[in-house]
Design a protein around this ligand. Structure first.
Ligand SMILES: [Zn+2]
Ligand SMILES: [Zn+2]
Length: 361
């Protein structure tokens, strides 16, 4: 409970750190008024003289109602103007809590990244040049692909027909009983562990150690200072409980389990299934289109067919032009030697045949 000497600043002449107990400013002589606040410098002097300690404990100074000067608690008259204590008011005695430790200095926020330059939407000179070149190419392409009238003469035919097949195959497998595919024939069975069940078989005592906090006394902690109202300050302490951790071992009863294997029937089976088979293909270069033969036997079946036909023409400039008609009848409608008016692009694409628009593939 040490007592230390506080200080005050004169509001009239600005003199700093005047010794707390002094009732007049050594700079300008003005009495310390009720508006002046005491404070405790970090390196404040500790009071050890017994008479001074008694003076500090005597109580707060009082402010004169007439001249506002401060006088000691036990003075019946104002030390400045001689007025009786009467309406004089005692200075406030109050506890000032210790400041919590200063927080760690805040790191300066990282500088904001420089704004990225905006992409310019405008077109540069090289971009303009590129656009021009693309436009020229587009015009050339349009001229090249523009169909021109010509007469086509049929010079040949080709065809190709395919049949995809499936073959019945016997495949082996294993499954739990009841989970084999439909139509499977069981070959062998045997017992196997399917899973384990947990079964309680008893109890056992075990020791379990836990830690807990138990009070072990108290400690005195300085929490602030009391402004005694007369230029002195007194440290304020608080008793706080102190704990220690303690290990406690308890005996507990816990269930004991064992793993019980559960057997099930495992089956080996064989089963027939349709699998992708070889593709059958036929082709020719005349109008005698036919479907390829399917391999004989009960274990083969058709899974799908595709066909593709081609008519070869010669245009008036002597170039070969190919056309893939969408079906067999359109293909057969152009026998060898037939002349057909048509529209054909310079890339050899037929857009019109015999006055009918040709759908593009
Ligand atoms: Zn002063
Ligand atoms: Zn006075």
């Amino acid at each position: 409970m040490s007592i230390r000497e506080g200080a005050w600043d004169c509001p009239a002449c600005g003199r700093r750190r005047t010794r707390g107990p002094l009732a007049n400013c050594p700079g300008c002589g003005r009495p310390r008024g009720p508006e002046v606040r005491f404070y405790l410098p970090d390196d404040a002097r500790e009071v050890t003289d017994q008479a001074e300690i008694e003076r500090a404990r005597r109580g707060p100074d009082w402010s004169c109602a007439y001249c506002s000067g401060d006088s000691p608690a036990d003075a019946p008259f104002c030390g400045h103007c001689g007025a009786a204590r009467g309406d004089g008011t005692a200075r406030t005695v109050q506890v000032l809590p210790d400041q919590p430790p200063a927080p760690a200095p805040v790191m300066p926020a990282p500088a904001a990244p420089a704004p990225r330059p905006k992409l310019t939407r405008g077109c540069t000179l090289s971009c303009l040049g590129l656009t021009g070149a693309v436009a020229v190419l587009a015009v050339i392409g349009w001229f090249a692909s523009r169909p021109k009238p010509t007469t086509l003469v049929v010079t040949g035919h080709t065809w190709e027909r395919r049949i995809t097949t499936e073959v019945l195959e016997t495949r082996l497998g294993e499954a739990w009983e009841g989970e084999a595919p439909v139509g499977a024939r069981v070959l062998t069975t045997r017992q196997e562990v399917h899973h384990h069940d947990r079964e309680q078989v008893g109890w056992e005592w075990t020791e379990r150690t836990e830690t807990r906090r138990v009070p072990s006394g108290s400690e005195r902690v300085k929490t602030g200072v009391r402004d005694l109202g007369n230029g002195y300050f007194e440290d304020v302490y608080e008793d706080r409980p102190v704990y220690r951790t303690e290990e406690v071992t308890r005996r507990v009863r816990e269930p004991v389990h064992r793993q019980v294997p559960v057997l099930k029937t495992r089956v080996s089976y064989e089963v027939e299934s349709w699998e992708k088979g070889p593709e059958q293909r036929a082709s020719g270069n005349s109008l005698d289109a036919r479907w390829p033969d399917l391999p004989a036997g009960p274990g083969v079946r058709e899974a799908g067919r595709t066909e593709r036909y081609t008519v070869r023409f010669r245009d008036s400039a002597g170039r070969d032009v190919l056309w893939h008609p969408p079906d067999e009848s359109r293909w057969r409608a152009h026998p060898p030697g037939r002349s057909v008016p048509a529209m054909v692009t310079s890339l050899g694409e037929i857009t019109q045949l015999d006055g009918v628009e040709v759908e593009r593939p």
